[in-house]
Design a protein. Structure first.
Length: 469
């Protein structure tokens, strides 16, 4: 009979052979990154330390691959402590390899998409140990139909609606909630970015409200865990039970799970107020602001973007001249350069007491309702539909190159009216007609209100503005 070390050696050979069959681009698209043996064992050893010694394990890996975590499970846990083991894998080649490799070892391999599988209804059929390295697929590569389905199913499973900018790993983790037993333990190897970005806020709320977050270990970015991965990693540990009010989360950084370089306990009260979790454990909790600020009284936004201010914004005389209904317009302030005072009062109707009050067309009625109730406004809208909107906005066009070479490419500035856009699978691409010449190559672009004399724009600016027009 083969020892577990022999199985692991065989698994590594299979993994290497399968990896050679795919290009790096394909593996990045599918989020497939091989798990180092020692790293997997360290995670399972940590899971064993967090579980009670006599706990019979029902193990689940929603993204099995060739079974690196199952191999570590067999290595770390006594055989009589593993009651059941199940894994899901979407890649047929990996499914066949895992089934052949682990035949007779008690691992049930399901070929298919975990996000479409139905969770067990009975508590006895669920799992008390979930360990997973989910596919790291950015939201750009999740097509719209799948994204809507994932958001709906995840909210039903864990009670939290995730952002549309969430990566696939967020949906995997949220969906697994329905597969876990009460008080079951989960360990997820995921990118650290959720701790520091806006789309991670609903994800953080799940970890603080729906489960008891035990520990987050963040690896030093200089010590990349996967040779072919491009992100820093963290391991998130939690139990499926509501947290106690005074609960504290252990944040660790650097080194290994067993021997981190830094550690700090942080209360969930502090985490609820702190959106940037990457400050822990190296920094203390941010001091709470006790003074009153403008945001305590107002929602602050940066101006209005109508596309044609002359059409959508009018003064009182223009409204009266056209006979347009005031109730379909909202009073607004002009640009600060037109204000002669730092304090603006309003009358009883909420209209600013300034020299020339402005009003923004802002109706919640449908066109049919407007046509029936406000014929003059409906007629005005029909005028707008026939109007040709000219724009002096410029698109900055740069043909795609490798990220390191983008800064050396020369941007081309063209009027936005000369640019037509279309959506393709994956990231945005643009189909451009410029001076009767058509470009079919993918490009990067951003929008500016005037040509720029600079020959390059930094890559982070492209990432922020990519495809937003």
């Amino acid at each position: 009979m083969l020892k577990i070390q022999d199985y692991e050696a065989k698994r590594l050979n299979i993994q290497e052979a399968l990896d050679r069959q795919k290009s790096q681009v394909d593996r990045n698209r599918l989020g497939q990154f091989a798990m180092p043996t020692g790293f997997a064992r360290g995670i399972l050893q940590h899971a064993k330390d967090l579980l009670h010694d006599r706990t019979k394990v029902r193990f689940l890996d929603p993204a099995l691959g060739t079974g690196s975590f199952f191999s570590a499970l067999e290595n770390v846990f006594p055989e009589d402590h593993v009651k059941a083991a199940t894994g899901f894998e979407i890649d047929p080649a990996f499914v066949d390899a895992a089934r052949q490799l682990w035949e007779g070892k008690g691992l049930q391999v399901h070929g298919g998409d975990f996000t479409q599988a139905t969770a067990p209804k009975a508590e006895r059929d669920r799992f008390n140990l979930v360990i997973c390295n989910p596919p790291y697929v950015r939201h750009h590569y999740i097509i719209n139909g799948d994204k809507a389905r994932l958001k709906q199913r995840t909210k039903e499973a864990c009670g939290v609606g995730l952002s549309g900018f969430s990566g696939l790993y967020c949906y995997f983790l949220g969906l697994s909630h329905a597969w876990m037993t009460n008080k079951g333990l989960a360990g997820w190897l995921i990118p650290s970015e959720f701790m520091n970005v806006n789309y991670g806020l609903p994800f953080q709320r799940y970890l603080l409200e729906q489960v008891t977050l035990e520990q987050i270990h963040r690896f030093d970015p200089n010590d990349v865990q996967f040779d072919d991965a491009l992100v820093s990693s963290s391991v998130v540990w939690f139990r499926k039970e509501k947290p106690a009010p005074e609960h504290e989360v252990l944040f660790t950084y650097g080194g290994s799970l067993a021997d981190p370089h830094d550690s700090r306990l942080v209360s969930i009260d502090v985490l609820c107020k702190e959106p940037k979790w990457t400050r822990f454990p190296r920094s203390e909790a941010r001091q709470t602001e006790t003074s009153v600020t403008i945001k305590d009284f107002f929602f602050i936004k940066r101006g209005l973007a109508t596309g044609d201010n002359d059409f959508f914004i009018m003064d009182r005389q223009q409204l009266e001249k056209r006979g347009l209904p005031f109730e379909c317009f909202r009073p607004i302030l002009p640009s600060p350069r037109y204000l002669k005072t730092e304090e603006v009062d309003a009358d009883s109707a909420g209209i600013p007491l300034i020299e020339r009050p402005l009003f923004l067309l802002d109706s919640r009625l449908s066109e049919d309702e407007i046509k029936t109730r406000y014929p003059t406004l409906w007629a005005y809208l029909q005028e707008g539909k026939k109007k040709e909107f000219r724009s002096d906005i410029y698109a900055v066009i740069v043909r795609l190159g490798t990220p390191r070479k983008i800064g050396r490419l020369h941007p081309l500035f063209v009027p936005i009216s000369d640019v037509a856009t279309r959506r393709v699978n994956g990231p945005f691409a643009l189909s451009l007609t410029i001076h009767r010449q058509r470009w079919r190559t993918p490009i990067l672009c951003c929008i500016r209100n005037r040509p720029c004399k600079r020959r390059c724009l930094k890559i982070h600016l492209w990432k922020r503005l990519f495809g937003r027009f």
